[in-house]
Design a protein around this ligand. Structure first.
Ligand code: ZN
Length: 232
């Protein structure tokens, strides 16, 4: 075989390989499901969240046993849940312990005949008694409160009329799931019937339907607009 012909063969082999590699590459490139491509193209909506661990001002017996590291990990997972599925970034702008009058913590625990009293807690914030919390009112769109217990065997709660939710120290499901679920309520979502869903009450389900994603994004956008319009 002449040298020229060997060169030609090698050149041909090179092109065949190049073509093959290109096809493999193209197959990998189109392997992304359409839904994920759509999710990637959505604009990310950033929701600044202020996170507090509640301690009592008495002997510490009603203080949260969680650490800042615990909630940091939890909030990271909460963000992953909302970011990946709905394009909503849950961005912590504060993460700290705050001392709360012990009677307010006691009032939040369920009592037969009385229910729960969240009103006194929020009134105290609005009256400036807990400035560590109220100082963030122009920046935070959601407040997360990690509390030792709310009594009544509940994992978490979003009291009506406030942009806040509570999560107890030892929930019966993953704490990031409780937190993600309560944020779902804050973003106008109601309970789902399927235990694999994030909005099912009392499971470790994490899935949001396409409709829920749309509703939550709409609510989140509304929240961010309220921040834009606020007087500074
Ligand atoms: Zn719920």
């Amino acid at each position: 075989m002449r040298l020229h012909s060997i060169q030609q063969s090698l050149w041909l082999l090179f092109h065949v390989l190049l073509c093959y590699c290109w096809q493999v590459h193209a197959q990998i490139s189109v392997a992304l499901p359409e839904e994920e491509i759509a999710a990637e193209q959505r604009e990310i909506i950033r929701i600044p969240i202020a996170v507090f661990l509640l301690d009592d001002d008495n002997d510490g017996s009603l203080s949260s046993a969680r650490t800042i590291d615990d909630v940091q990990e939890t909030v990271g997972r909460v963000n992953a849940t909302w970011y990946r599925q709905a394009g909503i970034e849950i961005d912590p702008i504060a993460m700290e312990r705050v001392v709360v009058p012990v009677d307010l913590l006691e009032g939040m625990k369920w009592q037969r005949g009385f229910g729960r009293d969240f009103t006194s807690f929020f009134r105290a914030i609005y009256q400036g008694q807990m400035q560590d919390i109220s100082r963030l009112e122009d920046e935070a769109l959601i407040y997360a409160f990690y509390v030792q217990s709310l009594g009544g065997g509940i994992n978490g709660m979003k009291p009506s009329g406030v942009n806040s939710f509570f999560v107890v120290d030892n929930p019966s499901v993953y704490d990031y799931r409780v937190s993600s679920h309560e944020i779902g309520h804050l973003l106008r979502l109601h309970h789902a019937m399927d235990s694999s869903m994030l909005m099912f009450s009392g499971s470790n389900g994490m899935t949001l339907t396409t409709v829920e994603q749309t509703v939550a994004r709409y609510a989140a956008e509304g929240m961010t607009r309220s921040l834009d319009n606020s007087d500074r």
